[in-house]
Design a protein around this ligand. Structure first.
Ligand code: HAM
Length: 436
């Protein structure tokens, strides 16, 4: 019989085996965020549609094509969040956080929703972890953000990452650069896709973000003989240029490997100045970005707040987990420490003991009152270090049999010593970092 219901296209269930890897990734990340002194923030999974339309930008794919927009029963215009920065900025304003200190360091983790074409590494429901510093224009904030970004990847065992960096300038320098881009693209305009021709009008920078191999060949000059594209960095002046130079100097000082990528434009419209990304080629050209971010000094003002600068990033956890899986990383799901086996006459006593032991250990027990031999077999397969046998005679004497399933040795211990005996065997330690 065909299944009546399946998870909606672009979404998926994460089952316990897979979640062991996810939880490991999340634990490492939480620890890094905590050491950096960031506070966690959780915002709703849906918001007013307008919040995203106004900030992500009417010319971005996210707003144009990928928004899960819906009306609720009272006709409110809402959207499942496609990203986390605009919600954090909204919360910052709503709770008047500027009154509680100038600079706020925040992080978040959770599902985001974009109606794209699902494929490996691209989902309609996906998970991000992100961080934001709100309230300072200092280049040191950009540098800290990039350091945190890289340190998260290092905590997950990614080595030798190079962060791609660029400066998207100020709205003025971007307008000037946009004009140059239009002039530069004029000779090949007719050969560009309808999407790119539209972008050429609304936001020429976005043309550089094309994933179409034909167009990429035109833009790189491989086809059509265009000269090298006008670089955004060449349009930087004054404070924007000084900011960029300070960020580069800071990255050098911290020994953070980085490469300037003149084609790095980001997919959302709120960015100003510094922008950065990290890619993993094994994921395929359209979804190779593991994470990205940058400065957004105009975003909070565009939401009606006072001019408040910000900088941040998000990382796609689905892609991080996928790469770890491809590399064969298994954090060693720790299932149970102890398996308790009982007889019909000691069953209730055993269940009481299980509850008691579960205050300290991971304990498994048969729920179906199966035969002793079936329980023994299950204990063997469980991966537990210890088997505790609750036999009738021993129990009457206040004792249980304790078997070390690793070396097969068995002893009888009094209930008062049981905890200490179980503690004596260190459970398998979670690997701190992958081994490659
Ligand atoms: P973004 O570049 O749109 O930035 O997304 C960040 C990351 O989310 C991507 O690099 C990718 O790993 C992951 N991602 C995006 N779409 C999908 C998808 N459909 N399936 C799986 N993973 C996906 C932002 O969202 C900004 N809020 C980052 C930011 C924070 N900028 C400043 N602060």
């Amino acid at each position: 019989m065909a299944l009546k219901h399946q998870a909606p296209r672009g979404t998926r269930d994460l089952l316990p085996d897979e979640l062991a890897r996810w939880q490991w990734v999340e634990r490492q990340a939480t620890a890094v965020m905590t050491r950096y002194g960031y506070g966690e923030i959780r915002t709703p999974m849906f918001e007013d549609y307008e919040l995203f339309a106004r900030t992500s930008g009417e010319s971005s794919d996210v707003v144009q094509k990928e928004m899960y927009r819906f009306k609720d029963l009272k006709g409110r215009d809402l959207a499942l969040r496609p990203e986390g920065t605009a919600p954090v900025a909204r919360a910052y304003l709503e709770h008047a956080m500027s009154g509680r200190g100038k600079i706020h360091r925040l992080w978040y983790m959770g599902p985001m929703f974009r109606y794209g074409r699902p494929q490996k590494g691209r989902y309609r429901e996906f998970y991000q972890i992100g961080a934001e510093i709100i309230g300072t224009q200092a280049p040191a904030a950009d540098i800290e953000m990039i350091a945190l970004f890289v340190d998260l990847f290092e905590a997950w065992g990614f080595k030798d990452l190079a962060v791609a960096v660029n400066s998207l300038g100020t709205p003025e320098s971007r307008r000037a650069h946009g004009e140059k881009l239009r002039e530069w693209l004029a000779p090949v305009r007719d050969r560009l896709s309808a999407d790119s021709q539209r972008r050429l009008e609304t936001n020429p920078l976005r043309v550089l973000d094309t994933k179409d191999p034909e167009e990429i060949a035109i833009l790189t000059g491989e086809k059509g003989g265009l000269p090298p594209w006008p670089r955004m960095l060449d349009a930087l002046q004054g404070d924007a240029l000084a900011h960029w130079k300070e960020v580069l100097t800071g990255l050098e000082a911290l020994g953070i490997r980085h490469e300037i990528d003149h084609g790095l434009v980001r997919g959302l419209d709120y960015y100003t100045l510094t922008a950065f990304e990290v890619h993993d080629r094994s994921l395929g050209p359209g979804q190779s970005a593991l994470g990205g971010g940058g400065r957004y000094d105009g975003l909070i003002e565009s939401l009606g707040g006072p001019g408040t600068p910000g900088v941040g990033f998000s990382i796609g956890l689905d892609r991080v987990v996928l790469v770890l899986e491809q590399r064969g990383f298994d954090p060693g799901a720790h299932r149970c420490d102890v398996y308790v086996v009982s007889m019909e006459s000691t069953r209730e006593a055993a269940l009481k003991l299980v509850r008691e032991l579960r205050r300290e250990f991971a304990v498994d027990v048969d729920l179906e009152s199966r035969a002793f031999s079936a329980q023994m077999k299950a204990a063997g397969k469980s991966g537990a270090h210890w088997m505790v046998l609750v036999g009738e005679d021993e129990w009457k004497r206040g004792q249980v049999a304790l078997k070390d399933l690793a070396d097969g040795t068995q002893s009888t211990v009094g209930l008062e010593e049981l905890h200490a005996a179980l503690r004596g065997k260190e459970p398998v330690k979670e690997k701190a970092t992958p081994w490659w």
